[in-house]
Ligand binder design. Structure first.
Ligand code: ZN
Length: 139
């Protein structure tokens, strides 16, 4: 992956994490000492860990998204970002641009969705396991 592309995606991830943190701050209110988040430095935001009590305030969906963002940022540090978790192939750049938190290539994702849909239909509870950060599905 080109360094420039990686930087672009990293910025998207940090922007999204910042948005979640801001939301959490709103929920927590100014009286909560644990959420003193004043830094605008992207590096600080990337490594910022949100406390358990803070996590309890945000919704399940945001919590999951946050986890994925942190995982993606961690992979960037390790140099493994963009590899499919399942088959190890590189995930297409267009897919990563649209979904920076994608952990699977489109082939593995399609396969997973098919089996998940089947599983969840059985349980009567279908929930998308991957969220769009930017824009709509373009695949
Ligand atoms: Zn794959």
């Amino acid at each position: 992956m080109k360094k420039k592309d990686l930087e672009t995606i990293k910025k998207q991830l940090i922007d999204e994490k910042t948005r979640i943190i801001r939301h959490l701050e709103e929920l927590a209110g100014s009286s909560t000492e644990e959420m003193q988040f004043n830094s605008g430095d992207p590096a600080d935001i990337a490594s910022l860990e949100i406390s358990q009590s803070g996590l309890q305030k945000i919704g399940k969906r945001e919590k999951l998204l946050l986890k994925k963002i942190d995982l993606a940022l961690q992979k960037m540090e390790e140099g493994t970002y963009g590899e499919c978790e399942q088959c190890g192939e590189e995930i297409a750049i267009g897919r990563l641009m649209a979904r920076p938190v994608a952990q699977l290539c489109i082939d593995c994702k399609t396969e997973q969705e098919n089996s998940e849909r089947k599983f969840n239909e059985d349980n009567g509870d279908y929930e998308d396991s991957e969220f769009d950060i930017v824009g709509e599905e373009e695949e």
